[in-house]
Design a protein around this ligand. Structure first.
Ligand SMILES: Cc1cc2nc3c(=O)[nH]c(=O)nc-3n(C[C@H](O)[C@H](O)[C@H](O)COP(=O)(O)O)c2cc1C
Length: 334
């Protein structure tokens, strides 16, 4: 069985093999996670948000955020910043690297204070004229290199004053080739229901593809969001955490039971092995901790064992402890 989400679409001439996009998530969507979700079928993956200033000042960690593996393609790099000149320069730096992403995405929705106090994220989204100028600067840097630019927006700063329709129109005029719409206001952070009626208004206001983000937890919900909004594609975010099978469910268009614990553990070990390739065993063991909670939460794993796993000090000990879980297949060679 396949769903309408399994059909290809295009963003500014770039072919995307299906309509399930892995949402950018800071602290989560590193290359290992993106490769993992790609293997589970995601049609497009996006990096964590990358600071334009960090790129310009050659911050070592920032450079790491921009790295990706060829198998991730098509891949988007998401930038955040405030000023058109700075964002245009950061875009050029990313696109002058030997390995160039397929898309650049602008973050106009991040509500975290560290980002907004500098005028970036949702603060930039609230200032429609400056957001359009930033988009025009980034498009100016990217279009001669044949790279489409997308933007990810929220409803607005507060639920009472949504500006998404106006913002999306101005971004389209500035040359943005697709808009990802997360219909929660900045003051809501990630709380409450995403209002996809507002996504529908954005869809009607622009002619570029709109990607709906917010509350994509199952095919059942996804189907409603698609019908309600008329969006071209969907983004999986929190719903995919610990549940990469969500991607299969969305592509197949049918509900799926969670797999047996042994399957979940095997998948987790694969993710851990991918993280180790990039981060080395120690960082990978720390990085995977929150995923342990997400993956194991639907299963009757005793609290003491879950705690032991989350506090496991070294890579091999973690692999062995996972292998000892009831119903698991024993220690895996990874
Ligand atoms: C931990 C976390 C980190 C996020 N980081 C980013 C980010 O870097 N850039 C961005 O545009 N959105 C970010 N988001 C927002 C998601 O991409 C998505 O729009 C949001 O979670 C709504 O979808 P959901 O309700 O399905 O989770 C983040 C969300 C979460 C939960």
């Amino acid at each position: 069985m396949v769903s309408e989400l399994s059909r290809p679409f295009s963003i500014g001439g770039l072919a995307i093999p299906n309509r399930v996009v892995l949402a950018p998530m800071a602290g989560i969507t590193n290359s290992a996670y993106r490769r993992h979700l790609k293997r589970h079928g995601a049609g497009l993956v996006v990096t964590e948000m990358v600071s334009a200033y960090g790129l310009i000042y050659s911050n070592h960690r920032t450079e790491e955020y921009v790295d990706f593996a060829e198998e991730e393609r098509p891949v988007a790099v998401q930038l955040f910043g405030d000023e058109p000149e700075v964002m245009g320069k950061a875009a050029r730096l990313v696109l002058e690297r030997e390995q160039r992403p397929d898309l650049l995405d602008l973050n106009l929705g991040c509500p975290v204070r560290k980002v907004t106090r500098g005028g970036a994220g949702c603060a930039l989204g609230a200032d429609v004229a400056r957001a359009a100028a930033v988009a025009a600067a980034v498009v100016g840097a990217a279009s001669p290199r044949g790279i489409p630019v997308t933007a990810k927006i929220r409803s607005g700063l507060t639920p009472e004053e949504p500006n998404a329709v106006d913002l999306a129109r101005r971004l389209e005029d500035a040359g943005v080739a697709a808009v990802a719409m997360h219909p929660r206001a900045a003051t809501q952070f990630y709380r409450g229901r995403a209002d996809h009626e507002l996504t529908a208004r954005v869809v009607q206001a622009v002619s570029v593809p709109v990607i709906a983000s917010g509350d994509v937890y199952s095919w059942e919900i996804a189907r409603t969001i698609l019908a309600e909004s008329g969006a071209t594609a969907l983004m999986a975010a929190r719903g995919a955490l610990g549940n990469p099978w969500l991607i299969h469910e969305l592509l197949e268009g049918r509900a799926r039971e969670r797999p047996a614990l042994a399957v979940a553990v095997a998948d987790l070990l694969e993710l851990l092995a991918r993280a180790r390739e990039d981060l080395g065993p120690e960082r990978a063991t720390r990085w995977i901790r929150k995923h342990l909670t997400w993956y194991l939460q639907p299963y009757p794993v005793p609290g003491t064992i879950a705690h032991e796993l989350r506090t496991c000090p070294d890579y091999q000990a973690l692999v062995e402890a996972l292998g000892r879980l009831p119903g698991s297949n024993g220690p895996q060679a990874v």
